[in-house]
Design a protein around this ligand. Structure first.
Ligand SMILES: *Cc1c(COP(=O)(O)O)cnc(C)c1O
Length: 462
């Protein structure tokens, strides 16, 4: 709904001073807080002390803080943000015209940095707190490679050592991603590997496995907790990551407010939930406080449907079952999407914060098939000029569908979606699509039952 009639430019730029001074913590306004992380050994909530073995001290504080609404962004992080932010908010005039829709489509573009995605927003924050704590380095996992790239950029900037466990299939399929990380000084190991106990165990159990995010997380955590001066960092799912990503939504809201635009629908792709959590944060805050209402839609792949077909239950975040348990929508930690799945967003679980909001009926979710996603990506690339990441294209798909529905109904809705990144390292997937060799695989109920069978027994959970 637009309040003013001032013509909105193609790009709404903000000034450097309009980069947020604080992150917004949506948990502060939630009536039902996300369930705490549990120690898998004792079944009790993880204490700050226990979490501090794995994560940096200040990040543990942020992880556990569900009452402070605004957390100041340290000056050093804001200075780094200035190199690639504010990110543009674009009015998709060309796409609107192509679709013949009366809807107004806006997207927040987070692909304007070398990592090619929003992940740098949290990478620099996490690396900063590790450095501040005097650590030597950090370990992490990466799937498609965007997180590993973002973190390697942040660690290079701050002079921290970085060990990345990269899902083996991506390591082999995306050699150039690996090279970017190495150029920034990261050590990259294909996962599962023989360098960790958990990696050796997984390889023994599943010889020839091409790996998963869950395996890579287990290996990265093992290395972080067994070497002095190291901690583990994670690029999505956790509360702290959603907190850092709130810069996306805060900037988007500032830009829209300049033109009096209040989005009717807000759409984002959901892997672990960090970009969506960040994009919706200030809008969800208004909704939770009863100040405004928005329709919010999470979009996930039909081949990895944690929101739409998962269970809201405590589960492991990793395959090796060494990480804390999180209560989230999950397909089970042993779930691995079909090998023909090319569109990213392949994590088995979902952010506990978004999971709680979804359980409370504050947002919707939709699952889309990958051929439809790449059709949307192609249409978008041809009229908006940006080659979108397959992950982002999930959001494009639903934004287009919503705009087409407006064409039918004649409503001039304002649609905002998150364009999380660019797809230059995903050209193997585009190639498959262009060659007509992309197919859809939707897991059967039996496939999903196998994943659910591995859910841990937690007292008080059926
Ligand atoms: C990692 C990634 C995602 C999905 O992660 P979330 O934590 O769900 O945001 C989406 N888009 C791009 C480009 C990514 O790199």
């Amino acid at each position: 709904m637009s309040m003013k009639s001032t013509a909105v430019p193609y790009k709404i730029y903000l000034s450097e001073d309009e980069i947020p001074q604080s992150w917004y913590n949506v948990r502060a306004d939630m009536k039902t807080k996300p369930a705490p992380l549990l120690n898998p050994g004792t079944g009790r909530p993880m204490s700050a002390e226990e979490l501090g073995v794995v994560f940096c001290e200040e990040l543990v504080e942020q992880e556990l803080d569900d009452t402070t609404a605004y957390i100041p962004i340290p000056q050093e992080i804001r200075d780094f943000y200035k190199m690639y932010r504010p990110a543009p908010l674009v009015r998709a005039y060309c796409l609107e015209q192509k679709l013949g829709t009366p809807a107004h489509i806006y997207y927040k573009f987070e692909g304007n940095n070398t990592s090619g995605s929003h992940k740098l927003n949290s990478a620099i924050a996490q690396a900063y707190y590790a450095k501040k704590q005097g650590l030597r380095g950090v370990t992490t996992e990466t799937g498609a490679g965007q997180w590993g790239t973002a973190l390697s950029m942040a660690c290079a900037y701050l002079g921290l050592d970085l060990k990345v466990f990269m899902v083996k299939v991506s390591y082999e399929q995306k050699p150039f991603r690996r090279e970017v990380m190495r150029t920034y000084g990261a050590e990259v190991t294909p996962s599962p590997s023989m360098t960790t106990a958990v990696g050796r165990k997984i390889l023994e159990q599943f010889p020839g496995t091409t790996g998963s995010l869950g395996c890579a997380i287990s290996e990265a955590v093992e290395v972080a907790t067994s070497q002095p001066g190291y901690r583990y960092v994670l690029g999505s799912v956790l509360n702290q990551v959603l907190l850092h990503q709130s810069v996306i939504g805060l900037e988007a809201k500032t830009a829209l407010d300049k033109y009096g635009v209040r989005p009717d629908v807000i759409i984002g792709c959901a892997g672990g939930g960090s970009n969506l959590g960040g994009l919706i944060a200030p809008f969800m805050g208004e909704k939770l406080r009863g100040e405004a209402d928005y329709r919010i839609i999470a979009v996930e792949p039909a081949s990895c449907p944690s929101f739409t077909r998962g269970k809201f239950a405590y589960d492991f975040c990793d395959t090796g079952m060494i990480c804390p348990l999180a209560k989230m929508y999950t397909l089970g930690s042993s779930f691995i999407p079909s090998p023909n799945h090319a569109g990213g967003l392949r994590f088995h679980g979902m952010s506990p914060t978004l999971s709680q909001l979804y359980a409370d009926g504050l947002m919707e979710a939709r699952a889309v098939e990958q051929t439809a996603v790449f059709e949307a990506a192609e249409l978008f690339a041809r009229c908006e000029g940006i080659l979108p990441a397959p992950e982002s294209s999930h959001a494009i798909r639903v934004a287009i569908d919503e705009a087409l529905a407006c064409r039918e109904s004649g409503e001039a809705k304002d649609i905002l979606f998150g364009l999380t990144g660019t797809g230059y390292f995903d050209l193997t997937a585009y190639q498959k699509f262009n060659d007509g060799q992309m197919s859809d695989y939707i897991p059967t109920d039996e496939d999903l039952a196998r994943g659910f069978a591995g859910l841990p027994q937690v007292p008080g959970q059926d």
